[in-house]
Write a protein of this length. Structure first.
Length: 388
């Protein structure tokens, strides 16, 4: 897999690199980008995956939890197992199959379902990159990861778990820090099996009867912002930081109430006025703003529920030339030879020690999402994507 596979490299100063599920997990965690959820009841899941129905899609989750009604669970499990059986048959005849399809995960409901699926699929789980564990707590998490560790050893798998933090005891302020620290301690025990930590903001909001509008972001919901800050505080600490993925963006069409906050100038400057209008017409400006805030708060990747969101999330994760030059400079001189240095763009000071982790993450994003040419930005990138 490679982000922007079908694009001309002329937009890039440094083109994105290929990646597969076999890569180092500490690096692979940065590659997911926009992770699309698909219901487990979707017919011919294997064809959707194999035929690359969505060209830009590089990671997906087959959902057996919220996207499947309680009465449809058994049928959904059968469909998923059948789809993975066919993917495995393809893999047996062509081992490169896994390298040419998106990273595939299954979101299970509970440890009992996970055990059932693992027993039924056995060594065929090789076509999966991992599982997503909802309603994650220390108690249920121990069961999830114990089963995952056992399957990895029994079937010699390269496989991961992605816990979702979304339960009441995490959003309840008086219990939060104690629960988060306990979960962190558990995940540290299974570190090689944890690909990233995900935030279930929809479930958090549901506890309080709150739903963000298409004109706002999850950061405008004070109680969720407060909780997310604590999650980042606990799980993004050096030297054992986890990659944290952003909450789902759930809108793809909606009646606008507020005036859009997407600036016109970058689009006018680059002759991309039509692209700005398309973003407004599709009500994507809220998503754009939320991804920018995710990045500002140390979050990497985004859960999505509509394929139209993929290109915007990925375009925003491409590294600008300025960011890349700053990161290279910080990495080069973070050997004690320099303490602070004016940036190549002469518009900021780069401090070697405080900015070193930031630089590492920029270079990791550059590896998977590429570096834009000096004259390119989000607007010009979208124009180039239209020309694929």
């Amino acid at each position: 897999m490679r982000h922007f596979e079908n694009m001309l490299d002329t937009i890039f100063y440094r083109a994105p690199e290929h990646f597969t599920k076999w890569d180092n997990p500490q690096e692979l965690a940065y590659s997911l980008g926009a992770t699309l959820y698909m219901p487990g009841t979707l017919p011919k899941l294997d064809e959707v995956i194999q035929n690359r129905k969505y060209n830009d899609l590089t990671s997906l989750v087959i959902d057996l939890e919220d996207a499947v009604g309680d009465h449809d669970v058994e049928e959904a499990e059968k469909l998923v197992v059948m789809a993975l059986d066919r993917l495995y048959e393809k893999y047996v005849h062509d081992s490169s199959t896994i390298e040419n399809i998106p990273l595939v995960f299954i979101r299970v409901r509970d440890p009992q379902q996970l055990r059932r699926l693992m027993q039924e699929m056995g060594h065929k789980q090789v076509v999966l990159t991992g599982y997503v564990f909802p309603k994650f707590s220390v108690e249920v998490g121990q069961e999830f990861f114990s089963l995952l560790a056992k399957a990895k050893q029994q079937y010699n798998l390269k496989i991961y778990g992605m816990p979702i933090l979304e339960t009441p005891d995490i959003i309840y302020k008086e219990q939060r820090i104690e629960k988060l620290l306990a979960i962190k301690q558990l995940l540290d025990q299974y570190r090689e099996l944890v690909l990233n930590v995900r935030i279930g903001a929809t479930d958090f909001c549901g506890i309080y009867g709150i739903r963000r509008s298409a004109d706002s972001t999850i950061y405008d919901v004070s109680i969720i912002q407060d909780c997310m800050a604590d999650i980042v505080n606990v799980f993004k600490r050096q030297p054992d930081a986890y990659v944290i993925s952003g909450p789902v963006w759930e809108y793809f069409s909606h009646e606008r109430v507020l005036k859009p906050s997407l600036r016109q100038t970058p689009f006018i400057k680059n002759g991309a006025v039509s692209e700005r209008q398309a973003i407004l017409d599709k009500y994507i400006d809220g998503l754009v703003k939320e991804v920018l805030l995710d990045k500002q708060n140390g979050i990497v990747g985004k859960t999505i529920i509509h394929p139209s969101h993929i290109r915007y999330v990925h375009a925003l994760y491409a590294v600008t030339h300025e960011e890349y030059m700053d990161a290279l400079s910080i990495k080069k001189y973070n050997d004690g030879s320099k303490g602070v240095l004016k940036s190549q763009y002469a518009n900021k000071m780069n401090e070697m020690k405080p900015h070193s982790f930031w630089a590492e993450e920029i270079l990791m994003r550059a590896k998977f999402f590429g570096v834009l040419n000096e004259s390119a930005d989000f607007a010009t990138f979208l124009l180039s994507m239209d020309g694929e």
